[in-house]
Design a protein around this ligand. Structure first.
Ligand SMILES: Cc1ncc(COP(=O)(O)O)c(C=O)c1O
Length: 420
């Protein structure tokens, strides 16, 4: 079979051979991006959906902020080195990645906190409606934040978790809150269709883009999205605990009432007035002092993402996944959880296996780094910027070795770790 993947999202019917994998890597127009990351020898890193790797340029940039900006310019850096505008500058860059215009997106806080802020504001914009509608199996922090907010409001608000989202959209729903690409199985929702359906029912829509930004094409404005949040440390490669981003559609910005009204979301923070007045636009969603070191690291990851041709990224992501799923097909004990249909998946492939935890530990010890989600899910993130077809081929060889040898049964792989 000819080694082609560009534009071919069709299902493979035959396994990728080692030679084909190598040929695909040789022709890969994204191949050069791998050199922009620090990737340890002998590691096949399939966990960029959880923590992206370190971009090589990050060390120098953070060192510069530490030594020159903080070290030498001290507090003057807020102005002289643009620290005070950094979260907006990076927000505008992220806007370009998610199909949004300037002034709609800002980097701030964590995804969890941003969810709280935007959900509360959305509820306030839909008085008389009490339901936060979401999907059963959404990421726990999304569910917990919604539940905590509903309990805090104690006005009969309710978080409704359903499987048939469209059927559950009625005139009680204030906001539809969904994660675009599911963290567990990698399934991707149709953002345009669900946003449209929610609007038709009179509800607002909040998307969690944690597993989408930097991984799949997004066009928030064209899809009519009201609000969105997302992580900086996954496919955006911003570093552990990188600050998150939030998006507020232009047409929502004037009618919002956000719940965390900190001084940096004030219209004139350095006027030090006694009463709160919201800043104009997305700036009202800022709360307190931004983490400059983390922002500096995040910007390096974002700058890389901005150089990537998105169509090529998506095509390679789908082809990597297709190759992986086909190669894993003979391993019949692994139940594929990820949709086979290209349009319905993000950039990760997940399998269920009753011994998933020790199997993943044995793989990690052999350099194939994915992760595990209880009770039985093995997740493999396929980030096209640095994952090669040869990596997929080699990873499956190692899976087979672990399974044939029964190596995963060793005692040390049964011990639970704090982070899985
Ligand atoms: C869908 C989704 N939302 C949110 C988060 C995490 O949010 P936070 O950065 O606030 O911990 C994750 C983390 O994996 C996630 O997968």
């Amino acid at each position: 079979m000819a080694a082609r993947w560009r534009g071919s999202c069709c299902k493979r019917t035959t396994e990728l051979t080692r030679d084909e994998a190598t040929a695909l890597d040789r022709r890969d127009e994204l191949a050069g991006f791998r050199d922009l990351f620090v990737l340890p020898e002998q590691v096949i890193y399939l966990d960029g959906n959880s923590l992206g790797p370190l971009p090589s340029a990050t060390t120098a940039r953070v060192t510069q902020v530490l030594e020159r900006e903080w070290g030498q310019s001290l507090i003057r850096s807020w102005t002289d080195h643009g620290w005070i505008d950094l979260q907006f500058r990076i927000g505008d860059k992220i806007a370009r990645l998610i199909g949004a215009s300037q002034g709609t997106t800002v980097v701030a806080d964590s995804t969890s906190v941003n969810l709280y802020k935007l959900l509360a504001a959305a509820l306030q914009s839909r008085p008389g409606r009490r339901v936060i509608l979401t999907e059963a199996g959404n990421f726990p922090t999304d569910l917990y934040i919604a539940q905590g907010l509903a309990a805090h409001l104690s006005a009969g608000h309710e978080v409704r978790q359903v499987t048939d989202i469209v059927a559950a959209l009625d005139d009680t729903v204030a906001v539809l809150m969904l994660t675009h690409v599911n963290y567990r199985n990698g399934a991707m929702h149709d953002m345009a269709a669900l946003t449209h359906a929610a609007h038709a029912a009179g509800a607002l829509v909040l998307w969690d883009l944690s597993h989408s930004a930097g991984a799949v094409p997004l066009q928030l404005e064209a899809d009519g999205v009201d609000f969105a949040v997302g992580c900086g440390y996954k496919y955006l490669n911003g570093g552990p605990g990188a600050p998150a981003f939030l998006y507020i559609a232009k047409q929502m910005q004037d009618e919002l009432c956000l719940p965390l009204t900190g001084w940096l979301g004030h219209a004139a923070p350095f006027a030090f007035e006694s009463d709160y007045r919201p800043a104009a636009g997305v700036a009202q969603a800022v709360v307190g002092t931004p983490p400059i070191l983390s922002l500096a690291a995040l910007e390096v990851g974002i700058d890389i993402a901005l150089q990537v041709p998105m169509a090529a990224l998506r095509a390679k992501s789908l082809a990597l996944a297709e190759s992986f799923m086909t190669l894993m097909q003979p391993e019949s004990d692994f139940r594929l959880l990820t949709p086979r249909e290209a349009a319905r998946r993000g950039s990760q492939v997940s399998f269920a296996h009753p011994n998933g935890y020790p199997i993943m530990q044995a793989l990690i010890e052999r350099g194939v780094v994915g992760d595990f989600r209880a009770p039985d899910v093995l997740r493999f993130g396929l980030a096209p910027l640095y994952v090669r077809f040869a990596d997929i081929w080699n990873a499956v060889v190692i899976v087979r070795e672990v399974m044939r040898s029964g190596a995963w049964k060793e005692d040390r792989f049964q011990q639970g770790r704090k982070v899985t």
